[in-house]
Write a protein that binds this ligand. Structure first.
Ligand code: ZN
Ligand code: ZN
Length: 374
């Protein structure tokens, strides 16, 4: 019997992409899958044919050989789904559906499933100073101890847990959804494989008692908002002897009254008097390590930014600290006395007499306005 053309079998064009081939295969494989067509010889043959065509055309080397030499170009012993056996469901579909089902990996072992405990998150609020300098602290976190009353079995003293009748102690049941057959955690025993007819009064059948414990946490220098510190094994306990989860301490930095952090840099707004801005001179600038003196030049304008190198924060992964950016805000004086007002009026007269040279920005602006109206 002559073999049919692989492209024809899948109903795709000779130049179709791998995605198109996969899509076509998925459609046909669903149609002819033996799970869906029990005792149907014809469907079984079709499924084999489709599978072989798919395997050939998704293998770049084989596809090239087939395109050149036809069926003679590909080793007939390599195809055919390995001599008639279908293997398990995952065998036929693993390649395509693996990514949908999260890679599989859930073994079909007998006996109750072992589960890793859930991870826990602890939100820790710290100040910017603590983040910049690092510090050690303690936090209270939940912990679980084996129940003294039942010694961890969860059963009332004098009674025993019994094997779950729903899953026969496997902790897993097979569910039929459409033509999919899926293994699921047993809904009756939640995967433990056991049922406790008379729960322990101390722990309500959990076998463990929730307590609190104190944990030391080292906050590294330069930690930033949203970063997490992992404490291995301090999450919830596992099930059926599975390993515990981890505890994550997530850092939340409180807003600072003076500084805003941007990565390793700090920003602050620095109000200075109008006279100081005009005359220049020394100003005191706050940093996280105390005040430092800084000289501003005369004629400093509002909005001018001064950069203090190395006065930022040394980040967790940085070799050197960031910078502090000081944004000058010239403050207009308020609540002036009559005498101060007189002084300012006199001052204003003297600068006006001096012409535009004292206020180049105003002059330039007025020139633009003039041009605009003409
Ligand atoms: Zn107990
Ligand atoms: Zn069960």
């Amino acid at each position: 019997m002559a073999k049919r053309d692989f492209y024809e079998i899948l109903g795709v064009a000779k130049n179709s992409s791998e995605d198109e081939i996969k899509k076509a295969y998925r459609k046909l494989a669903m149609k002819y899958h033996p799970d869906r067509n029990p005792d149907n010889k014809e469907a079984e043959e079709k499924f084999k044919e489709v599978k072989e065509a798919y395997e050939m055309l998704t293998n770049p080397e084989k596809r090239e050989a087939y395109d050149r030499y036809g069926h003679a170009g590909v080793d007939p012993n390599m195809g055919g789904g390995g001599g008639g056996g279908f293997g398990g469901f995952g065998d036929a579909f693993g390649d395509i559906f693996g990514d949908i089902f999260g890679g599989g990996g859930r073994g079909r072992s007998s006996g109750p499933q072992v589960y890793r405990g859930a991870d826990l998150r602890y939100n820790l609020e710290i100040t910017l100073e603590q983040a910049a300098h690092g510090f050690d602290t303690t936090i209270r976190v939940p912990s679980w101890d084996k129940c003294d009353t039942c010694h961890g079995s969860g059963a009332k003293p004098g009674t025993q847990p019994v094997t779950c009748g729903t899953c026969g102690g496997h902790g897993q049941v097979r569910m039929q959804q459409g033509f999919f057959s899926i293994q699921q955690t047993c809904p009756k025993c939640h995967g433990t494989g056991k049922i406790i007819p008379e729960p322990c009064p101390s722990c309500s059948g959990a076998g463990r008692i929730k307590r609190n414990k104190t944990l030391e946490v080292k906050i590294p220098v330069g930690i930033d908002n949203g970063m997490r510190i992992r404490s291995t094994g301090n999450g919830e306990p596992g099930t059926n002897g599975g390993p515990p989860g981890d505890l994550y301490v997530e850092i939340h930095i409180k807003p600072h009254t003076v500084f805003q952090r941007e990565g390793d840099d700090l920003h602050c707004e620095m109000p200075i008097s109008f006279a100081k801005a005009a005359l220049g001179g020394e100003i005191e600038v706050p940093t996280l390590d105390g005040k430092v003196s800084f000289t501003i030049p005369d004629g400093t304008q509002s909005g001018k930014t001064f950069r203090l190198k190395g006065k930022g924060i040394k980040g967790v992964r940085s070799g050197y600290p960031g910078d502090l950016f000081c944004h000058v805000a010239v403050e207009t004086p308020v609540k002036l006395t009559d005498k101060q007002k007189d002084l300012l009026r006199e001052f204003e007269r003297s600068t006006t007499e001096g012409g535009a040279k004292h206020s180049p920005q105003t002059k330039s602006f007025m020139d633009k306005v003039k041009d605009f109206f003409e």
